[in-house]
Design a protein around this ligand. Sequence first.
Ligand code: SF4
Ligand code: SF4
Length: 259
Amino acid sequence: MIYHIAALEDWLEAIDNGIYFCESLESEGFIHCSSFEQVIPVANRFYQGRKDLLLLAIDEKEVNSPVKFDQVPDSKEKFPHVYGPIDSIAIKRAVPFPPDDSGNFSLPSLFLTPAWWQQKPLEEFTQQEWESVCDGCARCCLYKLQDIDTDELFYTDVACRFLDLNACRCTDYLHRHEIMPTCIILTPQNLSEIQWMPATCAYRMLYEGRDLAWWHPLNSGDQQSTSIAGVTIDSFAVSENDIDMDNLQDNVQDWIDFV
Ligand code: SF4
Ligand code: SF4
């Protein structure tokens, strides 16, 4: 893992574009990064007092651009440099990085906590841990249609009538299976049988051996980050209460990815 100190403005653009770049890529030909041990000395030397920063953790193995460890002037250490933009999929954590009252930086506590969800199999999660894996996107609450000839699945932008669309929360989560019999209660045991969870579903990502995305609240420490990343359905979904369900096929959205 390598680390990059990002300005909030650049990070918000990366969320929109799915790719991160900053001014140094144009002026110097690369994006400055650091090893874990180099982050705080760099922050205190070059960013004293800046309050608009995030710390990004980047998996260099997933960066499509070349990554080189270069000698830099006035230092005996080599620093990682990324010679091109960084796909957001390679960014594993994006955590606010404020200075203390004297303008100095220390590592955000999230960076000092081991990612417990990577340390044990899903079957060993406590109930509380299992529930905390849900990122609140509510994509699983969208109606799906299946082609009877090809079995192909299609997502619609129509949400279950029991979903509070503004909050992206089920209005009766405890009784969800009783009020909506097609609503599946996910468990480590049935995950493998459920083919229609969206590709971004945090349970599916862990089951498939992928890490949680940067926007996941466990990674960001921010319950709003799933929404900030545009992954929640509140910005585009309609409730089944507000459409003619006999014409559900008109609401198929092929950009919602479950492959
Ligand atoms: S798709 Fe997965 S992560 Fe998103 S709300 Fe449903 S269970 Fe939670
Ligand atoms: S019952 Fe609740 S959890 Fe189940 S699909 Fe509807 S809104 Fe989602």
